[in-house]
Design a binder for this molecule. Sequence first.
Ligand code: KG4
Ligand code: ZN
Length: 338
Amino acid sequence: MKILAIESSCDETAASVVEDGRRVLSNVVASQVKEHIVFGGVVPEIASRMHAEAISAVVGDALKEADCTINDIDAIAVTYAPGLIGALLVGVNFAKGLSLSSGLPLIPVHHLRSHIAANYLTFPELEPPFFCLVVSGGHTHMINVKSYTDFEIVGRTRDDAAGEALDKAARTMGLNYPGGLNLDKIAKDGNRFAYKFPRPRVDGSELDFSFSGLKTSVINLIHNAKQKGEELPLPDLGASFLNAVVTCLTDNTEKAVKQLGHKKVVLAGGVSANSMLRKDMEELCNKNGWELYCPELKYCGDNAAMVGSQGYYETQNKTFADLNLNAYATMPIDNCQY
Ligand code: KG4
Ligand code: ZN
């Protein structure tokens, strides 16, 4: 089954053709990063306009790269939630138009489900059940993945997502957007134990996260140093802040995986590209005899191949939408409405 997949939830306009959920025939991503750099983050209105300008060509390129026409496609999958509403609407409306004109079925795909599915593209042998840590710009979830379409959230952030905290810290350090990626680069030369940050805990919910206090403490440290005219060693500061965030993620992962009794640990989302997180998770999994799965770097950030993969498994569950499909800024992964 060949699925044409479309993704426009944030600042990448992407389209892909994926066969049977696992074989990527094309993967086209038009990034808007250059447009948003001057603003230090994604400007939703600009993102929507740029999606509208790019989407037709991106979908055309994805079909061409896969050596297909729309007549070779069996279904259209589209990210419909969660994300920037104006950005999502561009992809959803384009997919609805294509579904109407071609008569092909329409598959609504949840963005975080697709991030998890990115791993099916990298590891052909990987099948649920497994534990997954989803860390993106907007979400930090620990998930018991019971099947391709059955998810149980076992821990989540109570405030900022890990990626959001990394982006804000990076911005305060004067690093360009996307902050997490640039923080990763400078931290490679730094000492992760140079600065001590508080270890946040959520009382009564040992599997939940809280990153906003951590974020505020690094921002205060930078502002205080500025007021005193002190120069901070950015690689050390970046590495120490990352160390604090990564340690929260690995500590809670260890607790959750032990409670659930899983042997397979999967990473997903933009922050899963982070070198320190991947290295520490590798050590954690080696220590406990667990198998670690991290998506290839090209499938960590937003792309449509992962949407094509999850879309395939949604069809197995008979999840189809009609032309009333809407986009939603928020939507729980374990109870998708469309
Ligand atoms: O999954 P994603 O592309 O978009 C969302 O669904 O939110 O994640 C974007 C997040 C941003 O916070 C970005 O800074 C972060 O992923 N990110 C990284 C790295 N690459 C992207 N964070 C840490 N290290 C990286 N190498
Ligand atoms: Zn994403």
